[in-house]
Design a protein around this ligand. Structure first.
Ligand SMILES: [Zn+2]
Length: 171
């Protein structure tokens, strides 16, 4: 691994341990040349997994992109980033275990919705509104009816915030 400070390739691993949720290996490295220290994460990469989108397009699975789309739904919600990371890692693990080379975007979307339902109702409604591409207010009411703690959400707010998000990316 090349040193990010001096560019020399003579770096050594000082410490290596699993991350909190065991989905990655965290390595502390140091450069023999300049003494700089840095950390790397080793993760399973689903390079072979292709996502089949509703548009018919096929794109390689991108964990970072999945994290970003969930982060949009989580914006300003009181959920620790670690829990989001764990949720995404759980989805990635399930996809891995399924062993398929291709997965539909809607399968991933449903997994995210299941995960968000357990984490945060508001984030769930936001994600669902973008993902399901709702146009009718009554769709939201049905969705809100599915939620156990729906009384904590003002449907008007949810619809408003979802409408303003409907222009953002759906994947
Ligand atoms: Zn260096």
């Amino acid at each position: 691994m090349r040193c990010p400070y001096c560019g020399c390739e003579n770096t050594q691993v000082k410490d290596s341990r699993p991350s909190e949720d065991n989905s990655a290996i965290r390595r502390r490295r140091s450069c023999s040349d300049c003494g700089g220290r840095f950390t790397t994460f080793e993760r399973i990469q689903l390079r072979e997994l292709t996502v089949h989108k509703r548009s018919g397009r096929r794109v390689p699975f991108d964990r970072d992109k999945l994290v970003r789309s969930v982060q949009v739904a989580m914006r300003k919600r009181p959920v620790e980033p670690e829990r989001l990371e764990r949720m995404v890692s759980g989805i990635v693990r399930q996809l891995e275990n399924a062993g398929e080379s291709e997965v539909s975007a809607s399968t991933i979307g449903n997994m995210v919705m299941d995960g968000l339902k357990a984490l945060d109702d508001v984030a769930y409604v936001r994600f669902a509104s973008v993902y399901k591409d709702f146009r009718e207010a009554r769709d939201f009411e049905e969705l809100l009816g599915e939620l156990s703690n729906s009384e904590e959400i003002n449907p008007e707010d949810a619809i408003q915030s979802a409408r303003s998000r409907n222009t953002s990316e759906t994947s």
